[in-house]
Design a protein around this ligand. Structure first.
Ligand SMILES: [Zn+2]
Length: 437
């Protein structure tokens, strides 16, 4: 297979390669044309990153490309026309016979149209929540009426009888399951070990893969994976708010194994190193790739810890380490199972808020009532909406789409080996959200 370094030979580093000249380059194979477009796509993502600080989530391609983006600072109009040019060039390509090459072509086309939408947004175009998620993430999450959540809340109300808002009764119950700050790292490291062992038993990870963990404050998210390239990640855990015991496994799986860290490492191994597909050295956050990333990271939790395995592990390992009552683990997860059914409440709050039907105070109150988030957490979530907007659908709708896709291919809970195999294959391919349906 080609190596990545060979791609840089043909074109000047700072500028973009001329696109759409495949007719004049009959000696090049089809792949070589797509490789050139892919290189320009990476440079375009880096250029847009100069206008949007959150856009480039990871980049481990040639460092001089990043430097060139910083010094050149291409304007948004030029970025938009370059994206259109690259899209047109891709449109002239033949549909490849090999599935992975076909997925690659469609991936580049869709990532570029998402990039173009992000440019329009930065230039002031207003999209509705659903228009935005379709344009950026290639998916529209289902809408639920308030009554859908109210039914679940009614069941929880019976579980926590009493007066006062349900969120307060639920929060009082949950306070007994906060990981003490001085035990957080030990518990989290143990959770990572459990996630890693289970993943390693099923997925061939590149040798030398590893990550470091940092504890941070003042963020709108609860955890973040910063992929560094070379099969390494930096994982940050936000300790602004209490960290409940379920977050240990959730975060260790989601950010680490078999979630973001594994996803990025497998893309680097299979697509960048083995195939020389340079476009995967950059990860634009507001793009269809994020639905696959978040959906697999969330679904990966139950792939790694199916059924009762999770409670058994938590009772034996995590609750004792955290000094929490292991005898109450089943009770805690019973309640969490019910609360998890409120997952789409966050989307509804975001949709109404970003469509300007409700303001920040109302969105916070809505999350307190329908998503059972205590006030501080609800306020943090609204700050997340401000920063990441319709990105919220990638977590819950992404998880549902990934589950449906893997189960439709026989990767059901009853066939765990097949489920792991389908999961690893999805993590190693450039499949689009619309390709999961
Ligand atoms: Zn994530």
């Amino acid at each position: 297979m080609r190596i990545v370094a060979a791609l840089a030979l043909t074109f000047a580093v700072a500028g973009f390669a001329p696109a759409g000249q495949n007719a004049r380059r009959p000696v090049l194979e089809d792949d070589a044309v797509v490789d050139r477009i892919a290189e320009d796509y990476v440079k375009l993502v880096l250029a847009l990153g100069q206008h949007d600080g959150d856009y480039v989530d990871a980049f481990y391609g040639p460092s001089q490309w990043k430097l060139a983006a910083e010094t050149t600072k291409v304007d948004l109009t030029t970025i938009a026309s370059k994206a259109a040019e690259l899209t047109a060039a891709l449109g002239r390509e033949r549909e490849p016979a090999e599935e992975m090459s076909r997925l690659r072509l469609h991936y580049l086309q869709r990532q570029l149209s998402s990039l173009a939408a992000r440019v329009r947004m930065l230039k002031g175009e207003r999209l509705t929540f659903d228009e935005e998620s379709r344009a950026l993430y290639d998916a529209v999450a289902p809408t639920y009426p308030d009554s859908h959540f109210q039914e679940i809340l009614d069941r929880l109300d019976k579980r926590f009888p009493g007066s006062g808002p349900l969120v307060e009764r639920y929060d009082a119950f949950r306070r007994a399951f906060v990981i003490p700050r001085d035990k957080l790292d030990a518990v989290f490291q143990k959770a990572i070990q459990g996630c890693r062992e289970r993943t390693l038993a099923q997925v061939a990870l590149p040798p030398g893969e590893r990550f470091t963990v940092e504890y941070v404050t003042g963020k709108s998210w609860s955890g973040y994976n910063w992929y560094q390239g070379g099969f390494r990640s930096l994982i940050q855990v936000n300790t602004d708010l209490p960290v409940y015991i379920d977050r240990a496994i959730d975060l260790a799986c989601h950010e680490g194994y078999p979630g973001h860290h594994v996803y990025n490492a497998l893309l680097e191994k299979h697509l960048v190193k083995d195939r020389g597909w340079i476009e995967f050295t950059v990860y634009p956050l507001f793009s269809p790739q994020s639905l696959i990333a978040e959906g697999t990271a969330n679904f990966g939790i139950e792939v790694a810890f199916p059924g009762g395995d999770r409670i058994a592990y938590e009772k034996a390992e995590l609750f004792p380490l955290a000094g929490l009552p292991a005898a109450r683990a089943a009770e805690y997860y019973d309640v969490q199972g019910l609360v998890d059914q409120l997952a789409y409440a966050g989307n509804e709050a975001a949709r109404r808020y970003l469509n300007k039907e409700i303001d920040a105070a109302k969105a916070t109150a809505w999350l307190e009532r329908y998503a059972l988030m205590p006030h501080d957490r609800a306020a943090q979530r609204v700050r997340f909406f401000d920063q990441y907007r319709s990105y919220v659908i990638n977590y819950n709708y992404g998880k549902d789409l990934v589950r449906r896709y893997i189960e439709s291919r026989g990767g059901t809970a009853e066939h765990p080996e097949k489920r792991w195999a389908e999961f690893a294959a999805l993590l190693s391919s450039p499949r689009l959200p619309s390709g999961l349906q």
